[in-house]
Design a protein. Sequence first.
Lengths: 218, 188
Amino acid sequence: MKKTKFLIATAILGIATFVAIAADHIDAPAVQGGTSDITDFYAFQGENTSNIAFVANIQGLLGSGSDTQNAAFDENVMIEFNIDNTGDNVEDLVIQAIARDGKMYVFGPTAPVQTGLNSTIVSNTANQVVVDITPYGQSAIVASSGGMMAFAGPRDDPFFMDFAQYGQIIGGNAASFNNPGTDTFAGSNVLSIVVEVPKSMIGGSGTINTWVESKRRQ
Amino acid sequence: MKLNNIKLFAVAILVTMTAYNCSNDDDNNGGPTGPDFSGTYAQQDQMGRPAVNTVFVSSGMKDTFNTTVPSQQNASFQAMFENNLTALSPAYANPGDANALGLDAPTFTGLLATDVLNVSLDGETTFFNPNTGATLTGRALADDVITIELLLIFGGEDFTENPGLSNDNVDANDKPFLTSFPYLASPW
C-alpha cells in the first residue's frame, strides 16, 4: 500500500518535473523530486533584530492533503547551513539539521569537523536545539535553547513566480510575460527547516557568505 | 512498537538532559545510547542565490554544479555562465553592455558563479530593496527575487530594456507571511 502510494507520488513528481523547475526546485537530475532536493534558501534578520533566521525548504510541489500528509524528512539526509565569515567562500561554521524519530535535531553554529563535500555530524557541540516535527494540520511547534530557535515541518511554499510562462518564453513559444502573471507555486507546500540564531554566534557584524547543502548518509 | 517509541522517547529525553548538563564536558561519546548520528554524509544538492543553477548552468552540468564547493565554482563555471547569459539576453548583445548595477556580462557572471548568499549582520537583509537601495544583503521571504533577477538579466543599464521579459508580474506570495518565527505561512 505504502509502496503504491510512493509510486503514484513519484509518477506525479515525474510529471511535475516537466511543469516546474525554479528557484532551486527540481534543479538537477540526481536530486529532483527526491528527499534531498532543496527547493529554496533564505537568510534574513529576525523579528528580534539581533538574530538571523535561516530557512531551508526541501521536497517542493507538495499538493494540499495526502501529498503533504505523506511527506516526511528523510533520516538519512542532513541539511547543512554553511557560513563563511572570513570572505573566502569556505565554511567556518555549520548548522546541521537531521530528523530522528519525529524530532529535528539542530547542531551548531559550530566549526565543522571538515569542510567540503563530506561531513560528519557535530552532535557534541554546546549549541544545539531539538524540536518536535510539526505534524501537518497542527500549529507550528517551536523550540528554543541558548538563544536559538528551531522549527521543522510542512509550510506553504514561500516562492512565487510565473514559471510556466518563463518556460514558454525559453521554449520559444511566447515573446513576453503575461500581465497579470500566474504564480506557478500557488497552493503548493514544502517541508521547511527554520533556524534562528543570535548574530553573535555567527560573526557579530559585517557580511557573511552563506549557502545550504543536503547531504546523504553513505 | 508503541513501547519501543516510548523507550526511544525516554532515551532521547535522557540524552538531551545529559547533554545539557554536561556542557563543559561534551565529548561524552561513550554515553548512553541515543539517536545515532555517526557516519559520513555526502553532498547531493546545494543552493546560495535563487534560480542560479536553473538559469545559468547548462543541462548536463547541473549535478556537477551541485557538488562543486563554492570556492571552486568561479573557476569551473564562470565562462559557462557568461555564454549562457549572452545567449539568453539581448541586453548584453553589444560590447560594453551592463545591467543596472553597472556589471557587464563577465563581471555579473563572475559574481553569480560563486553561488553564495551574502548576508549583512548590520541591518536590512534583502535581495534588493528599490526604496532603500540595499542590494544583496540577504534574502527575505517577500523579496521578489525573480523580477529582480529578470531585471538584471534583461533590463539593461536602467531597467527599461526588454520590458516584456523583465517582470513576470507575480509580485507576492499567495499567502501572507508571519511577523514572528517561523515566519513561513501554514501549509495549504
